[in-house]
Write a protein that binds this ligand. Sequence first.
Ligand SMILES: [Mn+2]
Length: 266
Amino acid sequence: MSLSLSHVRRIVEEALPILSAEKPVLEIDAKGAAVVGDTHGDLETSELVLERVGRGVIVFLGDYVDRGPYQIENMVRLLEAKISEPDRILLLRGNHETREMNMYYGFYDAVSRRLGSGAYGIFTRLYSTLPIAGVLNRSVILVHGGVPEAAASIWDVASRGKQGEDLEDEVVFQALWNDPREGLEWFGPSPRGGYARVFGRRALEKFLEASGCGVLVRSHEPVAGGFEALFDGKLYTVFSCRFYGIKPAVAEIGAGSIGFRYVDEL
Ligand SMILES: [Mn+2]
């Protein structure tokens, strides 16, 4: 992919009004959905998913940039897909779609080196338009991290609104940062630091019930095998970046069922 600043700027500017019109928490009605976890510059995963998943919506759970070798290409490819099929390709925000993370984990430097100093600002404009979460068929919560401690339901998260260049609201921050822990009931400290917390079974069950949902699908942790069920199948983690020594996977959600497939076998 040839990358020029004018091309990247044009793609981002075409995507901005489409994303801006979307709600902070997307209400998605679809017969089927493929859910993609972190890609972190794994352009190959994004290409395979976009080319081979023929039906239903495709929801990307965020973390498109930082770390991998094709961070800009990956972001641009996903935005091109969004522009051509705005109702089918849904791009949620991950904890790496922030200025704070990009300064430390490589995307700011990659953009400055390849597109010129001053180019990076177009991406923080983009981040502030990205939705925070989705609810599929009024039953499945889709979000990068998990359950925030101070939110009763996903609709409570929605009321916080989209964020600026960083995740200023603590509830939204936790929705994109928190991790599940088997054996825990409510909440506990997270090794990730900041506002981040870990959440247990009762925290998840209460949040799901108050949201009118039965399952939460998230990413954020590079689980061995690319896919993992926790809390008796009330929560799934899917991870889709091949640079973590795992086989990238996607979740496939149909009527009353959740399974997974490896990206390289789609
Ligand atoms: Mn993450």
